[in-house]
Design a protein around this ligand. Structure first.
Ligand code: PLP
Length: 455
């Protein structure tokens, strides 16, 4: 039996109490042998069931940048549950969803102004992909169905998302449901240690922005008349914060425009502040045709996803003809535009504005960048990448066990009171926007010690 990371002596439950919950994206056997139970959260800290404070170095799962249990969000959610806890998502509306849509549009790049609601990032990815196919059908080009993602891309876990997604471990167990191809990944070689956005052509021999031209090969192979959309994250989050080089997204945009292919940005991680802008699109200076987001919109307090489309896409659906009562886009979820989630979204937007949170991210980012890159000389560090308040550190693999060291490092950090994410061969960081400089420094110092202490 492995040593419990946190004492759960205070959790008085019969044997087998942990068995019924089949946990998501978790090593169930490992967890249940040594559970890590969180009792509460406030600001940038969790409190475990045995009373330890843990700094939230990933803002939950990249979603609680404003910190936990913010009074304004708590109040908005409570008030909304008491006023209108649910209203039918189909054929009915409630004022908050329209108010929130207008507020979201204000934050979007010009031209992205029609908001479709979902319940999560995965639902948003599949909605965007279906929207792209249906759009071309409505325009009389039903052959345009093929979808193109990117190696190491993550677009959630539904069938569309894993088909275009490029994290092999998430795909191979389930197969591919939708015809999709993948652009090569934008990751420079280990040891590049690029800060922020990498250069278009790097001296380390990496091809840089020319990678985007590989889309032309897929277009030559399939013909643009068969391709509906290209979907990418502005930077890949779950793959370990992989930042595309200068000019890469611009070139993708040019090629998509020239060949009548929709460009979708999955901004589930990059949206609503983490880049120091409202969107990665604004940070990178490229406007997609469709943009998805989730997570930070409600500060993680309620599940909510969005798909924001160009008006012409919306208008194409509206102009299909047929009777007024016909559904223009037969798609949606019971929890689309959930009133409580919309209330949380409005309260979060208020706080992001009132606290000048984006400005704070821009101020803290250089401090975070310098601190994170100071780990360059720590043991096992193979590469470091960062953008805004996000960073990925590639860990040199232990012989025969590529994923073991990141797990060991994350667990060591937890023992010391810091939560960081391990995924594949990386450690990932996304501290809250409200972090202090001292908290960033102590997070990184502790991480350096954990790397050095790992065999
Ligand atoms: N897309 C991206 C870029 C993500 O990072 C994630 C989750 O991390 C998702 C989609 C899936 O979101 P969810 O877990 O809310 O379904």
């Amino acid at each position: 039996m492995p040593e419990p990371l946190l004492s759960n002596a205070d959790v008085q439950h019969p044997d087998g109490w942990l068995d019924a919950h089949w946990m998501a994206f978790s090593a169930n056997r490992e967890f249940k042998a040594a559970p890590r139970l969180i009792a509460s959260a406030e600001g940038s800290y969790y409190t475990t069931t045995d009373g330890r404070r843990v700094f939230d170095g990933l803002s939950g799962l990249w979603c609680a940048g404003l910190g936990h249990a913010r009074e304004e969000i708590v109040e908005a959610v409570g008030r909304q549950v008491a006023t209108l806890d649910y209203s039918p998502a189909f054929q009915f509306g409630h004022p908050l969803s329209f108010e929130l849509a207008n507020r979201i549009v204000e934050k979007m790049p010009t031209g992205l102004n029609r908001v479709f609601y979902t319940g999560s990032g995965s639902e948003s990815a599949d909605t965007a992909l279906k929207m792209a196919r249906a759009y071309w059908r409505a325009k009389g080009q039903a052959g345009k169905t093929r979808l193109i993602g990117r190696a190491k891309g993550y677009h959630g876990v539904n069938f569309g998302g894993i088909s275009v997604g490029g994290i092999v471990g998430n795909r191979k167990t389930f197969g591919q449901a939708v015809e999709a191809d993948h652009l090569p990944h934008t990751q420079p070689p280990n040891g590049s240690f690029h800060k922020g956005m990498p250069p278009a052509e790097a001296p380390d021999g990496w091809k840089g922005a020319a990678l985007a031209d590989e889309l032309l090969q897929l277009i030559a192979l399939h013909d643009a008349s068969n391709i509906a959309a290209v979907i990418v994250e502005p930077f890949s989050g779950s793959a370990g914060v992989v930042i595309p080089p200068v000019g890469y997204l611009q070139r993708l945009r040019e090629i998509c425009t020239a060949h009548n292919i929709l460009l979708i940005f999955d901004e589930v991680i990059t949206g609503f502040g983490r880049c120091g802008q409202w969107t990665g699109a604004a940070a990178f200076g490229v406007v997609p045709d469709i943009l998805t987001a989730a997570k930070q919109i409600t500060n993680g307090a309620q599940p909510l996803g969005i798909v924001v489309a160009r008006q012409e896409i919306y208008d194409t659906f509206m102009e299909q003809g047929g009777p007024d009562y016909m559904l223009e886009f037969p798609h949606g979820y019971t929890y689309s535009a959930h009133p409580v989630a919309c209330a949380a979204g409005l309260a979060s937007l208020d706080l992001l504005e009132r606290d000048s949170a984006l400005q704070r991210v821009r101020e803290l980012s250089p401090v975070f960048e310098t601190a994170v890159h100071s780990l360059r000389t720590a043991r096992h560090v193979a590469d470091i990448r960062n953008y805004g308040l996000a960073a990925g550190i590639t860990v040199a693999p232990a012989p025969g066990e590529p994923a073991k060291r990141p797990w060991q490092i994350a667990m060591d950090m937890l023992r010391k009171g810091y939560y960081v994410r391990y995924g594949g061969d990386t450690i990932q960081l996304a501290p809250p926007f409200i972090s202090t400089e001292a908290e960033i420094q102590s997070l990184i110092a502790a991480l350096g010690d954990s790397f050095n202490a790992t065999a």
